[in-house]
Design a protein around this ligand. Structure first.
Ligand SMILES: NC(=O)c1ccc[n+]([C@@H]2O[C@H](COP(=O)([O-])OP(=O)(O)OC[C@H]3O[C@@H](n4cnc5c(N)ncnc54)[C@H](OP(=O)(O)O)[C@@H]3O)[C@@H](O)[C@H]2O)c1
Length: 265
């Protein structure tokens, strides 16, 4: 299937991270120009740009801070000046949570931790989508993908603010889909289950983590699926391929959906 992405301009926020970096490579392999953002890990973003360029693609790495409207505007302006506009937006960046962050019980969650997560996840999405919409409307074509998480469906102890902030994106997604479909702009959310990224490994029980050193992502997936059978672990490309389809011209009629990419979980 031709996704019709050749020559399209794609902005992936949080492209220095595990899933965003893989998405950048998948979009670039389809012939799209890919801008990806970083917050703290410029080197990781530059490495993704290098990989895309080695494969003959075009990529840009840009600083971006979910909590700073001006930095969001600068990143979207930079893509527009480089490539004339943003056809596809993937809202993928999500505030990093340190190991020392408080994780429940709920009545003890510090209000400032709650506010920071809600503000960055939801307002970051708000400002980024607002910045790209005028260009998409002017061209009469656009695709938006908001990255959620499958735990929104079940909830998770210790992840109250994260789950609540991702759930807010579901409401935003429905509203964008309804408002924008007449402009040729489709909006969807993707909700991954646990996926083998660097981010996931610290959450794996230490006795299992100790057996994973030196293994490839596919080997890690296989060990985790065997040792933790009540979950299904995916690979970054399992998620990135779905995002690329939803963000493409081949997607003509899916909008307002939340697509779980979680192995049935
Ligand atoms: N991996 C999973 O198992 C999983 C499961 C469900 C949902 N998800 C969702 O999928 C998306 C990608 O996940 P991931 O595992 O690839 O995450 P990740 O590796 O932690 O990457 C997160 C990205 O967000 C950026 N970021 C963090 N704080 C930021 C801030 N304040 N301002 C701007 N950017 C910021 C990071 O930039 P720097 O690194 O440059 O600081 C990084 O590029 C997220 O929305 C996540 O919630 C992931």
């Amino acid at each position: 299937m031709d996704l019709g992405l050749a020559g399209r301009s794609v902005l992936i926020t949080g492209g220095s991270g595990g899933l965003g970096g893989t998405m950048a490579q998948v979009f670039a392999a389809e012939g799209a120009r890919v801008a990806l953002t970083y917050h703290r890990n410029k080197d990781a973003a530059s490495a993704v740009v290098e990989t895309v360029e080695k494969g003959g693609g075009q990529a840009l790495a840009l600083p971006y801070d979910l909590g700073d409207e001006e930095s969001i505007r600068s990143a979207t302006d930079a893509v527009t000046s480089a490539w004339g506009g943003i056809d596809v937006l993937v809202v993928n960046a999500s505030p990093a949570r340190g190991p020392d962050e408080h994780r429940g019980p709920f009545e003890t969650v510090p209000p400032e931790q709650w506010r920071a997560q809600l503000r960055e996840e939801v307002e970051g999405a708000f400002h980024t989508v607002q910045a790209v919409l005028p260009g998409m409307k002017a061209r009469g074509w656009g695709r938006i993908v908001l990255m959620s998480a499958s735990i929104v469906n079940r909830g998770m102890r210790g992840e109250e603010a994260y789950v609540a902030s991702k759930a807010a994106l579901h409401g935003l997604n429905r509203t964008l889909a309804t408002e924008l479909v007449g402009h040729g702009i489709l909006s969807n959310a993707v909700a991954p289950g646990p996926t083998v990224t660097a981010n996931l490994l610290p959450k794996v029980p230490p006795e299992i983590r100790a057996t994973l050193a030196g293994l490839s992502p596919a080997e890690i997936q296989s060990v985790l699926n065997e040792r933790i059978p009540h979950l299904r672990f995916g690979l970054p490309e399992d998620v990135a391929n779905v995002v690329a389809f939803l963000g493409s011209d081949a997607n003509r009629h899916v909008t307002g959906s939340v697509v779980n990419v979680a192995g049935g979980h």
